[in-house]
Ligand binder design. Structure first.
Ligand SMILES: Cc1cc2nc3c(=O)[nH]c(=O)nc-3n(C[C@H](O)[C@H](O)[C@H](O)COP(=O)(O)OP(=O)(O)OC[C@H]3O[C@@H](n4cnc5c(N)ncnc54)[C@H](O)[C@@H]3O)c2cc1C
Length: 486
């Protein structure tokens, strides 16, 4: 039996391992941490569980193109509950709350209710969403309708008009400030409006719900699926070098001195680890071009988690509200994203809750966190405390029923991701999608090494779980083709 050695036990690695076993290959995964999942993870702080990944799992609708992959991987199906939130997020601005259910007619009606004078723009936006949904078989009342390729092509023109726009440019087309905030709320000002249409299509097609149990449990399901198929998962094994001989990867060396060899090697580590540390071979040209493209920005985030001593919260899911001007520079954001987890009762003791903030930051701000942590840990900790204090105050001001009810239980930053995953700037996804950019997946081959492939979210912006899992699958497809040719 041909053997595949996979480095990294994140989603891409576990997916590669599962598809390797399904295709009849011997498969071993080596993961540097004590827990599999990589960025798909969560952890315990006392009685509270911090879920640090899935906001939306694209592919929860059975009719969508991604669903079967998640079933193959053991993430969905087999009795796994799917939790559909009542809104993509709730957005507050100027005393108006925008909180719209996951259906296209209700999205359209809700937006029209907020701002009837934006009717033409709302209809254009919703029609574009509908067409994207139809192209993925998730349109219609039951979210199970598709359309022919001809219809998609005919309708493509209005959608392509969004390609050259950023979210802030799209937002400015709406007169209502509440709708403007709804458009830029989660992704900020510079995200591609074209990509935003896909996000809303996912949401309206009930195709971006949550798998029951959350992120850590989903990671465990993937690992269990791999092992139940006969794959071997080795934890606490950090790869340090891929050994090359005559244009082939012959083995991988680990920090404990051990070595693993196989017929094929798949590297699913972050590309900063793969091409910076493990592999003495240049990054594939197309990927290098992405890194060198100033429009393709890398991002990370800092987060605070608060225990909340209150059973009834004033919002559900994610709440987005404006940061007062005097705090925008310090926090590095104009809008605050606050998430609650009442859909998972085991995350907090009875009659209590856990709340988490998510603040995106881009290259330079991420590097500041990382540098500060490396150079002056005390100053880094003080900065975390300072930010947490402001965040708590703003949350309590915006939601007065939470006043005196919150206690900080954790705070993590781009420096945490950089240490955990090894990614530069603490990235936990791939490049943010700018305007005028169509994210075409990059090949998994590495020039000059015939039997080695990469499988990582960096092969397609903006990364995320479906990209990571699809790339794991694609690497195995590539190996199957090579084997067939022999
Ligand atoms: C806060 C947050 C929210 C997110 N929300 C969503 C969401 O709602 N929907 C979505 O689709 N995605 C979301 N993501 C993104 C998603 O988690 C990632 O895109 C995905 O997990 C990336 O998987 P990966 O396997 O490509 O990479 P990674 O997760 O980076 O996996 C790489 C693995 O390699 C291991 N490794 C590194 N170096 C070595 C070494 N030397 N030897 C052995 N192993 C090594 C790492 O420990 C890691 O386990 C979110 C992520 C975060 C952090």
């Amino acid at each position: 039996m041909r053997k595949i050695v996979i480095i990294g036990g994140g989603v891409a690695g576990l997916s590669a391992g599962i598809y390797a076993r399904l295709a009849g290959y011997d498969a071993e995964i080596y993961e540097k941490h004590f827990v599999p999942g990589g960025n798909l993870t969560g952890w315990q702080r006392g009685e509270y569980h911090i879920d640090n990944c899935i906001h939306w799992l694209t592919g929860t609708n059975e009719n969508s193109s991604l669903h079967q992959m998640w079933v193959d991987l053991g993430v969905l199906g087999d009795g796994v509950g799917i939790l559909q939130g009542n809104s993509l997020f709730t957005c507050d601005r100027d005393g108006v709350r925008v909180c719209l259910p996951p259906s296209l007619p209700e999205l359209r009606e809700g937006m029209l209710r907020v701002s009837p004078e934006d009717k033409a723009e709302i209809n254009r936006f919703c029609n574009a969403i509908e067409l994207v949904m139809a192209a993925d078989n998730i349109a219609g009342e039951g979210c199970d309708e598709g359309v022919s390729i001809g219809r998609v092509l005919r309708g493509a023109f209005p959608i392509l008009k969004y390609l050259g726009l950023t979210t802030s440019q799209l937002a400015r087309r709406f007169k209502s400030t509440a709708l403007q905030s709804f458009i830029t709320g989660f992704w900020g000002d510079d995200f591609g409006a074209f990509a935003l249409i896909f996000v809303f299509a996912t949401y309206c097609g009930r195709n971006g719900a949550l798998p029951e149990g959350g992120s850590l449990k989903t990671a465990k399901r993937l690992a269990e699926r791999f092992e139940s198929l006969g794959g071997r998962l080795y934890l606490n094994r950090e790869a340090v070098k891929v050994n090359l001989e005559g244009g082939r990867a012959v083995s991988v060396s680990f920090s404990d001195g051990s070595v693993a060899s196989g017929d094929y090697i798949i590297l699913t580590t972050d590309t900063a680890v793969t091409f910076g540390k493990l592999l003495d071979v240049p990054m594939p040209k197309k990927l290098r071009k992405h890194y060198d493209n100033p429009k393709l920005r890398r991002f990370s985030a800092y987060h605070a988690a608060f225990s909340c001593d209150l059973a009834e919260l004033p919002f559900e899911g994610d709440l987005i509200f404006d940061v007062p001007k005097e705090y925008v520079d310090t926090l590095g954001t104009k809008q605050l994203i606050l998430r609650e987890f009442s859909h998972e009762p085991s995350y907090a003791p009875e009659a209590k809750n856990i709340l988490q903030t998510l603040t995106f930051c881009f290259d330079e701000d991420c590097v500041d966190f990382i540098r500060l942590r490396n150079e002056n840990k005390e100053a880094y900790n003080l900065k975390k405390q300072h930010l947490a204090g402001i965040l708590q105050m703003l949350i309590e001001e915006h939601c007065p029923t939470l006043k005196g009810r919150l206690s900080l239980i954790d705070f993590w930053t781009p420096a945490s991701y950089e240490r955990f995953i090894g990614s530069e700037v603490g990235s936990f996804m791939s490049f943010a999608i700018p305007e005028s950019f169509i994210p075409i997946p990059l090949d998994c081959a590495v020039d000059g090494v015939k039997n080695l492939f990469i499988a990582t979210q960096w092969q397609q912006s903006p990364g995320g779980l479906p990209v990571a899992a699809s790339q794991g699958k694609a690497a195995i497809e590539k190996i199957k083709k090579l084997e067939k040719k022999k």
